[in-house]
Design a protein around this ligand. Sequence first.
Ligand SMILES: NC(=O)c1ccc[n+]([C@@H]2O[C@H](COP(=O)([O-])OP(=O)(O)OC[C@H]3O[C@@H](n4cnc5c(N)ncnc54)[C@H](OP(=O)(O)O)[C@@H]3O)[C@@H](O)[C@H]2O)c1
Length: 253
Amino acid sequence: MTYDSLKNKKVLVTGSSSGIGKATAIMFAQHSGFVGVHYFRTKKGGEETFEQVKKNSDGILLCADVRHETQVNEMVEQFAQAAGGIDILVNNAGSLIDRQSFETATLQYHEDIYATNVRSTFLATKAALPHLKKSKGNIINIGSVAGHNGGAGGSGIYAAAKAAVATETMAMAKEFATYGIRVNSVMPGLIETRFHEKFSTAQRRKEVAEQTPLGRNGTAEDVAKAILFLASDQASFITGEYIAVNGGLYVRA
Ligand SMILES: NC(=O)c1ccc[n+]([C@@H]2O[C@H](COP(=O)([O-])OP(=O)(O)OC[C@H]3O[C@@H](n4cnc5c(N)ncnc54)[C@H](OP(=O)(O)O)[C@@H]3O)[C@@H](O)[C@H]2O)c1
């Protein structure tokens, strides 16, 4: 499959200092013209991604806390000015932050989860919209399989936030279709990134791999490939949809 339609596209990938975002920014750089690499706490990771991106495309390195409106607006405008517009926005930055049950979670945790995963998507999308209207571009939101099944082991509040991302994807797709903008999402299963190194034991990751029909956990590149597909003209009549990238783990009987 070729991605000729991505040539010269201007792509902003939030949370590209690590994991899925990092793989996605590097893969876009192999096909596109200008890639925005974004980090918040992991400057070194952002710089590493940017080095890789620069081998194949132009780009810019940006820093912002995606929970904060002013910082997100500045990030998006900095990108648009440097690139000369925006064609593709990947709302990838997100986190489980911690494992907390509904019974014991603090209000602050609840608010931080929604700010990191839901508010961030809203803010970046709103800031990028004037540019996406001009380019008739598209948006990819990164949800989670947890948004479908409620998560497990203290990830319920995160799961609910990712369900909101899934619902926003459908609603945005309907609202922005009038501008020729497509909006889709990718819902990863267990992907081997820093995320699970931090929040899941090696034993748990091994168990999930064994339960997965394809016999392994996912890689960041597995997810990046689905994102590039949705962003490209290969998906020209697809909007409001999601691709589950989980090795068949949640295939229903
Ligand atoms: N790995 C999985 O199994 C899995 C499954 C389902 C969904 N997901 C979702 O996929 C996305 C990427 O996750 P990943 O596995 O690649 O995790 P990761 O390796 O931990 O990367 C997370 C990225 O999000 C950024 N980020 C987090 N909080 C931020 C904030 N407040 N402001 C700005 N950036 C922030 C991080 O930036 P800094 O480190 O620079 O702060 C980092 O670049 C997330 O939305 C996650 O919820 C992952």
